[in-house]
Design a protein around this ligand. Structure first.
Ligand SMILES: *[C@@H]1O[C@H](CO)[C@@H](O)[C@H](O)[C@H]1NC(C)=O
Ligand SMILES: *[C@@H]1O[C@H](CO)[C@@H](O)[C@H](O)[C@H]1NC(C)=O
Ligand SMILES: *[C@@H]1O[C@H](CO)[C@@H](O)[C@H](O)[C@H]1NC(C)=O
Ligand SMILES: *[C@@H]1O[C@H](CO)[C@@H](O)[C@H](O)[C@H]1NC(C)=O
Length: 435
């Protein structure tokens, strides 16, 4: 016996497996059924039970919801020499089990030997004792698998075999010991379970939460504050706080809509600013009719010559690639389409009050442009930033069929947000370094 154990320890040590040894010291804190079983515990499938894993369940613990560990039926087949010749039994981690084999022998102390093989690690004890009386000998094999027996990939049942041979008997006796190494419930997984608030999968009474959520029922958001953004504070005011393009989410950060025209360009890190807002910040570039990158802009903004067939482009998700925007610059109202690709923003002017622009736009075809609204022109001249006007004039676009808006009081949407003045800086990315 000592020999076997020295060998086992040497193998484990030489492979450096000691580091991955299982820790079962705080069994009550174990959070998963499989790990509980591998520590020899009993598992409770009730999410409301505070201690889910218990070695010796106290009375009244987890009534009716304890994970059942089916026991393998004991099998015992008699052979011509051994009774039994083949035996099967179940033994749990950390418990003892013994099987006895009888045979007739003329010796008083016959030489008995055994070999062991297993599907798992060799972390188990095997001990044999033999006693003989009146020509009949009984060899009893005591086994106990220890906490490192089951590998992390162990199936519901793993096993080890003990093969016994006795001097002068040609037959061999085989004992098979089944060891529960995982839970039956582990294979039944409810994806996006309502019991986990739809934010995780449910198995063995445990929610495995999606990224960004924690808690027994995935009820707690994991919030990672990033950069210097002013957080949104109130979902009822999120059309102001989140540029009208999102709502104030559970982490007090804007969660942008994904189902609006141009929503693929909403800036999650910048109060869901849309592509028109960002581009209008650089509207001084619109004065330059030459195609190419604009040096006046703090981000890569590239002008393209108008091409009608491009405007109709759709992406793989059947969304329009080019988003229609407008702006008023020095009293001149114009419209353009914009798109973003590889952090580069492209735009093509589609309509302008400027006749030189008009040529560019229409490619020579004469089109009568609408006269600029005088009111807008005056206000634009007074206001420091034209982009702000566009922003302020935005309608509170709150379609009621948007699920994200269902419990939002729209009447609260027009108030000024005291958190950020001037308003244009509210959707400014501080790293742009313009303000
Ligand atoms: C383990 O021992 C049993 C019983 O002797 C035998 O049937 C089985 O093939 C052995 N398995 C391995 C992997 O050696
Ligand atoms: C048992 O085997 C040993 C050698 O292995 C032999 O010396 C002995 O005579 C045998 N006894 C019987 C009863 O066959
Ligand atoms: C407009 O875009 C299409 C598609 O990319 C291209 O095939 C065509 O040559 C372009 N037309 C002009 C005038 O550049
Ligand atoms: C200008 O853009 C704003 C914001 O996208 C929009 O609400 C408005 O209707 C546009 N104006 C015109 C004349 O298209």
């Amino acid at each position: 016996m000592a020999f076997l154990w020295i060998t086992v320890l040497t193998i484990l040590a030489s492979r450096g497996i000691f580091a991955s040894y299982r820790d079962c010291s705080n069994i009550g804190d174990i959070g998963g059924c499989d790990e509980c079983i591998r520590c020899g515990g009993n598992w409770c499938n009730d999410p409301y039970e505070s201690k889910r894993c218990s070695l010796d369940p106290p009375d009244g613990w987890c009534i009716g919801l304890m994970e059942k560990i089916p026991l393998e039926n004991r099998v015992a087949e008699a052979g011509s020499h051994f009774t039994p010749k083949y035996a099967v039994s179940t033994v749990r981690i950390g418990r003892d089990e013994s099987l006895s084999i009888q045979y007739s022998s003329k010796e008083i102390d016959p030489k008995v030997e055994f070999v062991v093989n297993t599907t798992q690690s060799s972390d188990f004890h095997v001990k044999k004792t033999t006693s003989c009386e009146n020509g009949v000998c009984t060899t009893t094999v005591d086994v106990s698998p220890e906490i490192n027996f089951c590998s992390a990939k162990g199936q519901t049942f793993e096993y080890f075999n003990v093969k016994l041979s006795v001097q002068n008997i040609t037959e061999e006796a085989v004992m098979k010991f089944h060891v529960p190494c995982a839970c039956g419930c582990s294979s039944k997984v409810e994806l996006q379970s309502p019991r986990c608030n739809g934010r995780g999968s449910f198995s063995c009474g445990v929610c495995s939460c999606d990224k960004g959520w924690s808690g027994t029922f995935c009820e707690t958001p994991i919030c990672e504050k990033k950069r210097g953004d002013v957080p949104c504070t109130d979902s009822a005011r999120s059309d102001i706080e989140c540029s009208g393009n999102g709502v104030c989410g559970p982490c007090d950060e804007c969660v942008c809509f994904t189902d609006r025209p141009g929503s693929q360009y909403y800036d999650q890190d910048n109060f869901c600013a849309d592509i028109c807002m960002t581009t209008n910040d650089c509207d001084e570039c619109f004065h330059n009719p030459t195609p190419g990158r604009c040096d006046l802009c703090h981000f890569p903004l590239i002008r393209q010559t108008y091409n009608e067939s491009l405007v109709a482009q759709k992406d793989d998700f059947n969304r329009k690639v080019w988003v229609t925007c407008n702006d008023t610059l020095d009293g001149c109202y114009f419209e353009y389409v914009a798109m973003k690709s590889n952090d580069q923003t492209y735009y093509m002017v589609t309509r302008s009050c400027d006749p030189t622009e008009e040529k560019q736009v229409t490619g020579g075809v004469n089109v009568t442009l609408p006269i600029v609204l005088g009111v807008i022109a005056i206000v634009a001249a007074v206001a420091a930033t034209a982009g702000y006007i566009v922003w302020k004039n935005r309608p509170p676009a709150l379609p009621l069929n948007d699920p994200m808006y269902q419990n939002i009081g729209a009447e609260d949407c027009t108030g000024e947000n005291p958190l950020y003045k001037p308003p244009t800086s509210s959707f400014k990315n501080p790293t742009y370094g313009k303000w």
